[in-house]
Write a protein that binds this ligand. Structure first.
Ligand code: SF4
Length: 296
């Protein structure tokens, strides 16, 4: 839990519980599992879960809402479960019921829920979802096309203040275009009609980034350029969160002495080098992409 979060797109983080299970390629180098290992809590990724004692923090932020909104001109955004997954099957129903109750209680806060299990959203939303949905941003991770095809249709079944995709860690190219238009799919990959089946709902926001950490896999810069351009064509806000540890050689300008650990040759003659997340930064072709959606 952190009052001031390091995650670029939220103000604070709150973990109602910790622990999870790896379920996709995006989980291979899960930083939360690494954290659990470092702190001697490996059991949290081997079936156990632990409820935290930080539940009063959101209540405190809710009481401070006037001050926060005066300063920022909008409500505080709280990212929930950075060390877990809200829609995890192994969480006791009572814990999740309490969590939904907390969102209902803290009605001056906006909650961001990012899941790799969007297929569980339907059965795990509370009966009073309509009451709280205008303050919840629901998101799913899509690391490559297969994950997008699997996850986005589940996400788009549900109304929420914002429906978003985290394209991080990017592990392959993704064509999001069919899910970026309000008026049905203009781009029909399979003959005839939209394959998402939820034409009235679209993705409202895409956050993209490369992988970080000691085992980070490189992303091709063209994957990010493509998603940037898909968002621009559809008028969807795009936030480029980070390169991660790798960045393309042409992007590395003069600067401090680099600790170059490795380099890789990618398709099309692109070369990326391991320069470290901090140095790599978050400019894509020299531009900061930092757009946020307007909640519905
Ligand atoms: S879903 Fe998230 S927290 Fe769970 S193992 Fe995967 S990356 Fe880690």
């Amino acid at each position: 839990m952190a009052e001031a979060s390091d995650i670029e797109w939220c103000d604070s983080t709150f973990n109602p519980w910790v622990g999870c299970t790896r379920i996709s390629e995006a989980c291979d180098y899960c930083y939360a599992a690494d954290w659990a290992k470092r702190t001697g809590q490996e059991d949290l990724w081997q079936g156990n879960r632990r409820r935290t004692k930080t539940w009063n923090e959101p209540r405190k932020w809710d009481r401070q809402a006037d001050t926060f909104e005066e300063e920022h001109g909008r409500p505080r955004r709280v990212f929930c479960a950075s060390l877990a997954d809200i829609f995890d099957n192994q969480i006791p129903t009572l814990w999740r019921d309490d969590f939904w109750g907390l969102i209902r209680e803290c009605d001056r806060l906006v909650f961001l829920l990012l899941t790799k299990r969007p297929m569980n959203i339907e059965k795990m939303l509370p009966a009073f979802w309509d009451e709280i949905k205008s303050r919840v941003w629901l998101g799913t991770t899509c690391e490559h096309q297969e994950a997008a095809d699997r996850n986005v249709p589940h996400l788009l079944k549900h109304d929420a203040a914002v429906r978003f995709v985290s394209y991080e860690p990017a592990l392959g190219p993704v064509k999001f275009t069919p899910w970026l238009h309000d008026d049905g799919c203009r781009d029909t990959p399979s003959a005839g009609s939209c394959y998402c089946g939820f034409e009235e709902f679209r993705i409202d926001w895409i956050v993209a980034g490369g992988e970080s950490g000691p085992n980070a896999r490189p992303a091709h810069p063209d994957w990010f350029r493509s998603v940037r351009d898909q968002c621009a064509a559809a008028g969807i806000p795009f936030l480029f969160k980070q390169w991660g540890e790798w960045m393309p050689v042409a992007t590395i300008g003069p600067g401090p002495r680099l600790k170059i650990k490795d380099h890789r040759y990618l398709d099309g003659g692109t070369v990326v080098r391991w320069v470290g997340k901090k140095y790599a930064g978050r400019l894509l072709d020299g531009v900061l992409h930092d757009a946020y959606p307007e909640p519905r």
